[in-house]
Design a protein around this ligand. Sequence first.
Ligand SMILES: O=C(O)CCC(=O)C(=O)O
Length: 342
Amino acid sequence: MNEFRDSTDLVGDAARLRARAEADGYLFIRGLLPAANLERTRLEYLEVLRDVGYVDAEGFRDQLVNPANIPDGRGSLHNDTYAELYLLESFHALQLEPALLDVMEALLDPPVLAHPSIISRVMFPQREMFTTPPHQDFPHVQGTHDVYTAWFPLHDLPASMGGLAVAAGSHRRGVYDYRPALGAGGIAVIDPLQDSWATNEFRQGDVLIFHSLTVHRGLPVTGDRVRMSVDGRYQSVREPVLQRSLLPHMGVTTWERVYAGWASDDLKYYWSDLETTIADVNDAHLEQVDARTLEEFENGSLPPELVKKSIGALERIIERDDPDLRERAAAALAAHSASDES
Ligand SMILES: O=C(O)CCC(=O)C(=O)O
């Protein structure tokens, strides 16, 4: 795999940052975020993870996993622990760091809206099956193509802790076709995009920024430590945005609960003075992946661990108005229930 092209020396030069992001679909910037602020969030995360037993009580500062408490069928946190992390004031402040906002203002038509729906990922080691599959953010984020994601680990990230890879230049070909997959997002780009993948080890404070059409994927966490990272998303206020991007990620909690314990009011509802236009959810990508799921279900190529998950896709097809697909989905479901009963 290639290394990222380093764009650290372009910081402060809006035109060159924009040109590089448009050419490659991503920017890798060393030391953009203050390491001390990341360290604070890292330790706050680890205290929560230690209290629920996911990391070792002694080695929690080293992010050492407690394998006995990691469920077999999971690559990441239960929602109740995620909801606890979501309360942390220092975590929400990270995506609003001035240096990061300056880069986003260089890439987008200001004023910039940082989606309040910030995302955090805690990835357990030795769970390769749940590694984030190759995908673009657009099918999830929607609203406008002109969204940039900032992805950064809370800590130094050696290769054994996984990380993120991008397919350089993949943002120029629209929305790709997908198949169902395990791991964050649940869908995988079918095109292998060989030879275009790039990644890097990170130091605390390094940031990867990529366009909503840039294909990216997680890398397996192979050691014995958890990987903890943040995704912030940014767009121009002038472009439409989905309502869910203004709410806590996946509805894990509410802003009232998030804000109840904060020391300062400064960042609460920071977007409320911005005039946003709410976009309708577009199901076109979901329909494509549902049809592909049906095809794989019918021809028996769906991996066993996805069969149960795919029932939802078949049920959605039955609710839609394509008579041919509906008939096939109903037949596939009937065959599945018959085989379950036998
Ligand atoms: O951190 C990860 O593994 C996945 C991040 C990502 O791709 C996303 O949130 O879109």
